[in-house]
Design a protein around this ligand. Structure first.
Ligand SMILES: NC(=O)c1ccc[n+]([C@@H]2O[C@H](COP(=O)([O-])OP(=O)(O)OC[C@H]3O[C@@H](n4cnc5c(N)ncnc54)[C@H](OP(=O)(O)O)[C@@H]3O)[C@@H](O)[C@H]2O)c1
Length: 287
Protein backbone atom coordinates (compact mmCIF):
# COMPACT_ATOMS: atom_id res chain seq x y z
CA UNK A 1 0.00 0.00 0.00
CA UNK A 2 1.04 3.62 -0.38
CA UNK A 3 0.81 5.33 3.01
CA UNK A 4 0.77 9.12 3.36
CA UNK A 5 2.12 10.27 6.74
CA UNK A 6 1.75 13.81 8.09
CA UNK A 7 4.01 14.41 11.08
CA UNK A 8 6.65 12.20 9.48
CA UNK A 9 9.57 13.42 11.61
CA UNK A 10 7.83 12.84 14.96
CA UNK A 11 8.69 10.10 17.43
CA UNK A 12 5.66 8.01 16.44
CA UNK A 13 6.41 8.25 12.71
CA UNK A 14 10.11 7.51 13.26
CA UNK A 15 8.99 4.16 14.68
CA UNK A 16 6.19 3.59 12.18
CA UNK A 17 7.92 4.37 8.89
CA UNK A 18 10.63 1.66 9.20
CA UNK A 19 7.90 -0.88 10.12
CA UNK A 20 5.90 0.05 7.03
CA UNK A 21 8.98 -0.25 4.82
CA UNK A 22 9.83 -3.60 6.38
CA UNK A 23 6.34 -4.87 5.51
CA UNK A 24 6.68 -3.82 1.89
CA UNK A 25 4.57 -0.65 1.96
CA UNK A 26 5.49 2.61 0.22
CA UNK A 27 5.52 5.81 2.27
CA UNK A 28 4.85 9.36 1.17
CA UNK A 29 6.16 11.39 4.07
CA UNK A 30 4.86 14.96 4.38
CA UNK A 31 7.17 17.04 6.55
CA UNK A 32 8.18 20.62 7.16
CA UNK A 33 11.79 19.37 7.00
CA UNK A 34 11.81 16.48 4.50
CA UNK A 35 15.58 16.12 4.90
CA UNK A 36 14.94 14.78 8.44
CA UNK A 37 12.81 11.86 7.16
CA UNK A 38 14.29 8.35 6.91
CA UNK A 39 15.95 7.99 3.47
CA UNK A 40 15.26 4.66 1.79
CA UNK A 41 13.99 3.60 -1.60
CA UNK A 42 10.42 3.08 -0.38
CA UNK A 43 10.10 6.49 1.32
CA UNK A 44 9.35 9.61 -0.66
CA UNK A 45 9.66 12.76 1.44
CA UNK A 46 7.92 15.96 0.35
CA UNK A 47 7.81 19.37 1.98
CA UNK A 48 4.50 20.35 3.52
CA UNK A 49 3.33 22.54 6.40
CA UNK A 50 -0.23 21.62 7.36
CA UNK A 51 -0.84 25.08 8.83
CA UNK A 52 0.52 27.12 5.94
CA UNK A 53 -2.48 28.42 3.95
CA UNK A 54 -0.23 29.05 0.95
CA UNK A 55 0.51 25.31 0.76
CA UNK A 56 -3.08 24.06 1.22
CA UNK A 57 -3.88 23.90 -2.50
CA UNK A 58 -0.97 21.48 -3.04
CA UNK A 59 -2.24 18.96 -0.53
CA UNK A 60 -4.65 16.90 -2.67
CA UNK A 61 -1.88 16.51 -5.28
CA UNK A 62 0.56 15.34 -2.59
CA UNK A 63 -1.93 12.69 -1.44
CA UNK A 64 -2.87 11.51 -4.93
CA UNK A 65 -2.25 7.78 -5.28
CA UNK A 66 -2.14 7.13 -1.52
CA UNK A 67 -4.25 4.24 -0.21
CA UNK A 68 -4.29 5.68 3.30
CA UNK A 69 -3.31 8.91 5.02
CA UNK A 70 -2.30 9.29 8.67
CA UNK A 71 -2.56 12.53 10.67
CA UNK A 72 0.19 12.27 13.29
CA UNK A 73 1.26 15.93 13.43
CA UNK A 74 1.41 17.69 16.74
CA UNK A 75 3.09 20.75 18.25
CA UNK A 76 3.44 20.20 22.00
CA UNK A 77 4.94 23.41 23.43
CA UNK A 78 8.27 23.26 25.26
CA UNK A 79 6.68 25.38 28.00
CA UNK A 80 3.11 24.10 28.48
CA UNK A 81 2.27 27.09 30.72
CA UNK A 82 3.38 29.79 28.27
CA UNK A 83 0.51 32.03 27.10
CA UNK A 84 -0.70 30.82 23.69
CA UNK A 85 1.73 27.91 23.86
CA UNK A 86 -0.89 25.35 22.82
CA UNK A 87 -2.26 27.34 19.90
CA UNK A 88 -0.40 25.56 17.10
CA UNK A 89 -1.20 22.17 18.60
CA UNK A 90 -4.90 23.07 18.70
CA UNK A 91 -4.77 24.41 15.15
CA UNK A 92 -3.17 21.18 13.92
CA UNK A 93 -6.09 19.30 15.47
CA UNK A 94 -8.80 21.59 14.09
CA UNK A 95 -7.68 23.44 10.92
CA UNK A 96 -5.10 20.76 10.14
CA UNK A 97 -7.61 17.92 10.38
CA UNK A 98 -10.18 19.81 8.27
CA UNK A 99 -7.55 20.48 5.61
CA UNK A 100 -6.24 16.91 5.56
CA UNK A 101 -9.71 15.36 5.46
CA UNK A 102 -10.78 17.65 2.61
CA UNK A 103 -7.61 16.90 0.68
CA UNK A 104 -7.97 13.14 1.23
CA UNK A 105 -11.55 13.24 -0.05
CA UNK A 106 -10.58 15.37 -3.05
CA UNK A 107 -7.65 13.09 -3.86
CA UNK A 108 -9.82 9.96 -3.54
CA UNK A 109 -7.76 8.47 -0.70
CA UNK A 110 -9.93 5.61 0.59
CA UNK A 111 -8.62 5.29 4.19
CA UNK A 112 -7.89 7.95 6.86
CA UNK A 113 -6.33 7.39 10.29
CA UNK A 114 -6.47 10.06 12.97
CA UNK A 115 -4.10 10.01 15.92
CA UNK A 116 -5.91 11.15 19.08
CA UNK A 117 -5.27 10.92 22.83
CA UNK A 118 -6.82 9.09 25.79
CA UNK A 119 -5.92 12.12 27.92
CA UNK A 120 -9.08 13.85 26.63
CA UNK A 121 -11.42 11.46 28.50
CA UNK A 122 -13.35 12.62 31.54
CA UNK A 123 -11.62 11.96 34.84
CA UNK A 124 -12.49 8.32 35.50
CA UNK A 125 -10.98 7.86 38.97
CA UNK A 126 -10.50 4.12 39.47
CA UNK A 127 -13.07 3.14 36.77
CA UNK A 128 -11.97 1.45 33.55
CA UNK A 129 -12.42 3.69 30.50
CA UNK A 130 -13.34 2.17 27.15
CA UNK A 131 -13.97 3.90 23.83
CA UNK A 132 -17.60 4.68 24.74
CA UNK A 133 -16.46 6.90 27.64
CA UNK A 134 -17.25 10.58 26.89
CA UNK A 135 -14.44 12.99 26.18
CA UNK A 136 -14.23 15.88 28.66
CA UNK A 137 -16.31 18.82 27.45
CA UNK A 138 -16.01 20.80 30.69
CA UNK A 139 -14.94 24.47 30.39
CA UNK A 140 -12.11 23.80 32.85
CA UNK A 141 -10.36 21.48 30.38
CA UNK A 142 -11.48 23.09 27.13
CA UNK A 143 -7.94 24.17 26.26
CA UNK A 144 -6.78 20.58 25.76
CA UNK A 145 -10.02 18.70 25.17
CA UNK A 146 -12.14 20.99 22.96
CA UNK A 147 -9.77 20.73 19.95
CA UNK A 148 -9.66 16.94 20.39
CA UNK A 149 -13.46 16.75 20.50
CA UNK A 150 -13.69 18.95 17.39
CA UNK A 151 -11.01 16.89 15.62
CA UNK A 152 -12.69 13.56 16.32
CA UNK A 153 -16.08 15.03 15.37
CA UNK A 154 -14.79 16.09 11.95
CA UNK A 155 -13.44 12.59 11.31
CA UNK A 156 -16.56 10.78 12.55
CA UNK A 157 -18.81 12.98 10.36
CA UNK A 158 -17.61 10.99 7.34
CA UNK A 159 -19.49 7.94 6.12
CA UNK A 160 -17.00 5.09 6.69
CA UNK A 161 -18.22 3.49 3.46
CA UNK A 162 -16.87 6.53 1.59
CA UNK A 163 -13.82 7.32 3.71
CA UNK A 164 -12.75 4.40 5.87
CA UNK A 165 -11.72 6.39 8.92
CA UNK A 166 -10.26 5.11 12.17
CA UNK A 167 -9.29 7.02 15.32
CA UNK A 168 -6.35 5.80 17.41
CA UNK A 169 -6.48 7.21 20.94
CA UNK A 170 -2.94 6.84 22.19
CA UNK A 171 -1.84 6.72 25.79
CA UNK A 172 1.18 8.54 27.19
CA UNK A 173 4.15 7.71 24.95
CA UNK A 174 7.13 6.06 26.64
CA UNK A 175 10.35 4.66 25.21
CA UNK A 176 13.28 6.19 23.33
CA UNK A 177 12.71 9.72 22.14
CA UNK A 178 9.58 10.29 24.25
CA UNK A 179 8.84 12.42 27.29
CA UNK A 180 9.91 9.47 29.45
CA UNK A 181 13.53 10.47 28.83
CA UNK A 182 12.93 13.97 30.16
CA UNK A 183 11.14 12.51 33.19
CA UNK A 184 14.13 10.27 33.91
CA UNK A 185 16.43 13.31 33.70
CA UNK A 186 14.21 15.21 36.16
CA UNK A 187 14.12 12.22 38.53
CA UNK A 188 17.92 11.94 38.44
CA UNK A 189 18.24 15.65 39.11
CA UNK A 190 15.77 15.39 42.01
CA UNK A 191 13.49 17.89 40.23
CA UNK A 192 10.36 15.76 39.84
CA UNK A 193 7.39 16.28 42.16
CA UNK A 194 4.26 14.12 41.98
CA UNK A 195 1.20 16.33 41.99
CA UNK A 196 -1.43 15.66 44.67
CA UNK A 197 -1.09 12.09 46.03
CA UNK A 198 -0.08 10.20 42.86
CA UNK A 199 -3.22 8.02 43.04
CA UNK A 200 -4.47 9.02 39.57
CA UNK A 201 -4.09 6.38 36.85
CA UNK A 202 -2.02 6.89 33.73
CA UNK A 203 -2.18 4.70 30.61
CA UNK A 204 1.26 4.61 29.02
CA UNK A 205 2.19 3.01 25.71
CA UNK A 206 5.62 2.23 24.29
CA UNK A 207 6.01 4.20 21.08
CA UNK A 208 7.05 1.07 19.14
CA UNK A 209 3.85 -0.64 20.31
CA UNK A 210 1.59 2.16 19.13
CA UNK A 211 3.45 2.19 15.81
CA UNK A 212 2.64 -1.53 15.49
CA UNK A 213 -1.03 -0.74 16.20
CA UNK A 214 -0.98 1.73 13.30
CA UNK A 215 0.38 -1.01 11.03
CA UNK A 216 -2.52 -3.25 12.14
CA UNK A 217 -5.06 -0.48 11.47
CA UNK A 218 -3.62 0.14 8.01
CA UNK A 219 -3.65 -3.53 7.08
CA UNK A 220 -6.98 -4.55 8.71
CA UNK A 221 -8.83 -1.29 7.90
CA UNK A 222 -11.47 -1.37 10.69
CA UNK A 223 -13.57 1.44 9.16
CA UNK A 224 -15.52 3.71 11.47
CA UNK A 225 -13.92 2.53 14.73
CA UNK A 226 -12.08 4.11 17.64
CA UNK A 227 -9.37 2.33 19.64
CA UNK A 228 -7.58 3.00 22.89
CA UNK A 229 -3.98 2.02 22.24
CA UNK A 230 -2.43 1.69 25.69
CA UNK A 231 -0.45 -0.75 27.81
CA UNK A 232 -1.52 -1.76 31.34
CA UNK A 233 -2.58 1.37 33.30
CA UNK A 234 -0.96 2.09 36.64
CA UNK A 235 -1.06 4.83 39.25
CA UNK A 236 1.08 7.90 38.56
CA UNK A 237 2.89 7.53 41.88
CA UNK A 238 3.69 3.84 41.26
CA UNK A 239 5.02 4.73 37.82
CA UNK A 240 7.35 7.51 38.94
CA UNK A 241 8.56 5.60 42.02
CA UNK A 242 9.39 2.46 40.05
CA UNK A 243 11.01 4.47 37.27
CA UNK A 244 13.11 6.31 39.86
CA UNK A 245 14.26 3.03 41.43
CA UNK A 246 15.11 1.60 38.00
CA UNK A 247 17.38 4.51 37.12
CA UNK A 248 18.90 4.78 40.60
CA UNK A 249 17.17 8.05 41.47
CA UNK A 250 15.30 8.97 44.67
CA UNK A 251 11.54 8.43 44.68
CA UNK A 252 9.95 11.83 44.02
CA UNK A 253 8.04 13.62 46.78
CA UNK A 254 4.26 14.24 46.59
CA UNK A 255 2.84 17.75 46.60
CA UNK A 256 -0.61 17.57 48.23
CA UNK A 257 -1.02 21.29 47.58
CA UNK A 258 -1.33 20.75 43.83
CA UNK A 259 -4.64 19.73 42.24
CA UNK A 260 -5.04 16.02 41.53
CA UNK A 261 -4.63 15.33 37.79
CA UNK A 262 -7.43 13.52 35.95
CA UNK A 263 -7.22 9.74 36.12
CA UNK A 264 -7.20 7.61 32.94
CA UNK A 265 -7.44 3.87 33.52
CA UNK A 266 -7.99 2.86 29.91
CA UNK A 267 -8.68 -0.59 28.54
CA UNK A 268 -7.09 -1.80 25.30
CA UNK A 269 -9.49 -4.73 24.90
CA UNK A 270 -11.04 -3.47 21.64
CA UNK A 271 -7.63 -3.03 19.98
CA UNK A 272 -6.59 -6.50 21.12
CA UNK A 273 -9.76 -8.11 19.80
CA UNK A 274 -10.30 -6.25 16.54
CA UNK A 275 -6.73 -5.44 15.52
CA UNK A 276 -5.22 -8.66 16.92
CA UNK A 277 -2.57 -6.40 18.42
CA UNK A 278 -1.04 -6.32 21.85
CA UNK A 279 1.77 -4.34 23.43
CA UNK A 280 5.02 -6.30 23.66
CA UNK A 281 7.67 -3.75 24.67
CA UNK A 282 6.50 -2.93 28.19
CA UNK A 283 6.81 0.57 29.56
CA UNK A 284 10.12 0.44 31.42
CA UNK A 285 13.44 1.61 30.00
CA UNK A 286 16.28 -0.86 29.56
CA UNK A 287 18.95 0.26 32.05
N1 LIG B 1 3.62 12.19 22.93
C1 LIG B 1 2.63 11.56 23.55
O1 LIG B 1 2.71 11.17 24.74
C2 LIG B 1 1.35 11.29 22.80
C3 LIG B 1 0.36 10.54 23.43
C4 LIG B 1 -0.81 10.22 22.72
C5 LIG B 1 -0.98 10.69 21.44
N2 LIG B 1 -0.01 11.46 20.87
C6 LIG B 1 -0.27 11.93 19.51
O2 LIG B 1 0.56 11.19 18.61
C7 LIG B 1 0.82 11.98 17.45
C8 LIG B 1 2.30 12.01 17.21
O3 LIG B 1 2.95 12.52 18.38
P1 LIG B 1 4.53 12.51 18.50
O4 LIG B 1 4.82 12.37 19.97
O5 LIG B 1 5.10 11.58 17.50
O6 LIG B 1 4.85 14.02 18.10
P2 LIG B 1 6.27 14.72 17.92
O7 LIG B 1 7.38 13.78 18.12
O8 LIG B 1 6.21 15.98 18.72
O9 LIG B 1 6.24 15.10 16.36
C9 LIG B 1 5.29 15.97 15.87
C10 LIG B 1 5.32 15.94 14.36
O10 LIG B 1 4.36 16.88 13.86
C11 LIG B 1 5.03 17.70 12.92
N3 LIG B 1 4.44 19.02 12.77
C12 LIG B 1 4.39 20.02 13.69
N4 LIG B 1 3.81 21.11 13.16
C13 LIG B 1 3.49 20.77 11.88
C14 LIG B 1 2.89 21.48 10.81
N5 LIG B 1 2.48 22.76 10.94
N6 LIG B 1 2.73 20.86 9.62
C15 LIG B 1 3.13 19.57 9.47
N7 LIG B 1 3.71 18.85 10.43
C16 LIG B 1 3.89 19.46 11.63
C17 LIG B 1 6.45 17.78 13.42
O11 LIG B 1 7.28 18.22 12.39
P3 LIG B 1 8.63 19.10 12.66
O12 LIG B 1 9.74 18.06 12.79
O13 LIG B 1 8.75 19.92 11.44
O14 LIG B 1 8.40 19.89 13.92
C18 LIG B 1 6.67 16.32 13.79
O15 LIG B 1 6.90 15.56 12.62
C19 LIG B 1 0.16 13.33 17.74
O16 LIG B 1 -1.12 13.33 17.15
C20 LIG B 1 0.02 13.37 19.24
O17 LIG B 1 -1.05 14.19 19.67
C21 LIG B 1 1.15 11.76 21.50
Amino acid sequence: MRVGVVGATGVLARNLIPMLVERGHQVRALARSPEKVLHTARVEAVRHDLLDPAMAAQLPGLLAGCDVVIHAATAIPTDPTAPGGWENNSRLRTEGTRRLLDAALRAGVPQYIQQSIVMAYIDGGDRWLDESTPLDSSPARAGVCAPVIAMEGMVKANDPAQLAWCIVRGGLFVGPGTGQEALIARLRAGQEVVRCDGQNFISPIHVADIAAAFVAVIERNPAGQVFNVVDEPLRQGEYTDRLARLVGAPEPPRDPGQPCPPSYRCTNQAAKTVLRWEPVHGIWPVV
